[in-house]
Design a binder for this molecule. Structure first.
Ligand SMILES: *[C@@H]1O[C@H](CO)[C@@H](O)[C@H](O)[C@H]1NC(C)=O
Length: 268
């Protein structure tokens, strides 16, 4: 009986939490959505801003296989390009993944790295999200790998929004600016400079849903994305199973996300 009495208030709190949860999740997605910062050269030549995935999908389905590069900064600054998200409750915590789509990646050096269609992600962990929510780890994805930073080791915009710097050619997300302009893991240029081109992703968020979502979300055909799986069909769709990094913990040219991960490859 003693154990019973202790657990009832907890059960009550849990039920209240569940009741509010559904409506809260979209609000959390807005509150913690990333603030993207682009290289000063983004939008020039073949250096592309994020792209509307549904538009790209429809073009490919109708037989248009031409290169699609969004050079229009106004579309990004004006909120007409979506960022796609989904969230999962993992224990006491809420994990929210944000995805951006790019129509084309330019070569990251003189002559390699280019491809059509590319997806990049950021994952935010909100600890104790029903009782005392606070943003903690943020995962930055880039070049088929990723790493995780803890508070104080990434920048924020207006307190709750993690800042991500976007590699100008291959569009990886990084916690810092810089780069030396090669194809090595951390070296894609990302220097916003005075143009200060940025994207307020919470101005246009679309939830990833296999049912009742946009047409492209339900289609598992990788041909539309030039051989890539779209977010819903990837292994990392289960946000509760993520690990903190991939690749070497030494800074090498190839995948070495663990070099800048604050939690190594521990569970995210
Ligand atoms: C950032 O915060 C300021 C002050 O609250 C607010 O006026 C501004 O609209 C916010 N910026 C964005 C992009 O939400």
């Amino acid at each position: 009986m003693k154990g019973m009495r202790l657990s009832l208030p907890l059960l009550f709190l849990a039920l209240v939490g569940l009741g509010n949860a559904e409506s809260d999740v979209s609000q959390f997605a807005r509150d913690y959505a990333p603030y993207l910062r682009f290289d000063s050269k983004e939008g020039e030549g073949n250096l592309c801003f994020p792209h509307n995935a549904q538009e790209f999908f429809e073009a490919r389905k109708s037989g248009d296989w031409s290169r699609k590069c969004n050079r229009d900064y106004d579309s990004v600054a004006g909120g007409s390009i979506p960022t796609y998200w989904h969230a999962m409750t993992c224990g006491y915590h809420l994990h929210i993944a944000y995805w951006n789509f790019y129509g084309y990646n330019e070569d990251c050096d003189c002559c390699s790295g280019e491809r059509d269609a590319w997806w990049e992600f950021i994952v935010v962990k909100i600890r104790d999200w029903t009782l005392s929510p606070h943003m903690h780890e943020v995962m930055f994805g880039q070049k088929n790998g990723w790493y995780t930073r803890i508070p104080g080791h990434y920048e924020t915009f207006n307190t709750t929004h993690p800042v991500a710097y976007i590699g100008k050619s291959n569009h990886g997300t990084y916690h810092d600016d810089g780069g030396t302009g090669t194809c090595c893991y951390y070296e894609d240029f990302r220097n916003p400079g005075s143009p200060n081109k940025h994207m307020v992703t919470w101005d246009n968020l679309i939830e990833l849903k296999q049912e009742d979502g946009e047409g492209w979300m339900a289609d598992s055909n990788i041909d539309w994305w030039h051989g890539l799986k779209s977010p819903i069909f990837r292994d990392d769709w289960d946000l509760c199973g993520l690990v903190g990094c991939t690749g070497s913990s030494l800074q090498v040219c190839g995948t070495c996300g663990c070099h800048k991960s604050d939690i190594g490859d521990d569970p995210f």
